[in-house]
Design a protein around this ligand. Sequence first.
Ligand code: PBG
Length: 323
Amino acid sequence: MAFPIDRPRRLRQTERFRRMVRETRLAVDNLIYPLFVCPGSGTRREVSSMPGCYQQSVDRLVEDCRDVAGLGIPAVILFGIPERKDEAGSGAYAPDGIVPLAIRAIKSAALDLTVITDVCLCEYTSHGHCGVVENGEVVNDATLELLAREAAAHAAAGADMIAPSDMMDGRIGAIRDHLDEIGYASVPILSYAAKYCSGFYGPFREAAESAPQFGDRRSYQMDPANRREALREVELDIAEGADIVMVKPALAYLDIVREVRDAFDVPVAAYNVSGEYSMVKAAAARGWIDERRVVLETLTAMRRAGADLILTYHAKDVARWLA
Ligand code: PBG
């Protein structure tokens, strides 16, 4: 018999063959585009560590959303930068806070676009932590009520989906109960279920002005060394009512995406975070890598690992490339 018998190269010969046997597809339907909204009008400030990403006032944000919808991207996720931060993060749950304002404006533009909102306190607290601080500690249970109020303010303004990113224990249940009680039982929750304490969030903290003013987030976000704990976190969030679960960051945690995909039947999202974006942008600006090729390769890898949805700052570029 001639050697070799198996010749996998046969089906790699032409793009038509490759297209026919391709196992994983990246589509615009998989994308969620993160946006930062700030007070003012006519404002559009580029985030220096995230070229192509902006802090935008509501009017400019609506224009951007129009582009996003026009590109066929199904959803945005909003992050708010309030006028003032305080100890209690009151801007997070103010009914007329920056995110509710943005939701109402996007909704009145009647775009074909799902509006998801990030629910957390860190963008709104003067100390920059994701929960209530007492005696220098982030306290869990007192935070839950504020998160539930924040989710309620977003739902009341018309948010299509709520995405809690704080990593307090029990927050999915607390938010679900409260939303159900006040008439928003049909608003789904996308939970940042396995969110690791990561150095890859650095540029985001410039974009959202949310860096902790003391200490770090290790008492609530997960230790990057842990795998079993991620499955436990996801299990808890599903039991508490999460409709979609997220792993974050994405690239350094594709093993976790795969395990979550295999262990649970709910849709899985992966967050291609700010630091992942900035690294690609920086290298591409120097001509060291081919941006388009690397972005499509990494997002395809996230899909291959099992992510149904990908939150990514590259979404608009990707939608153009895929068109
Ligand atoms: C808020 C939040 C963070 C991100 C999303 N929601 C930052 C953090 O936990 O410090 C990070 C997103 C990114 O880096 O792109 N808790």
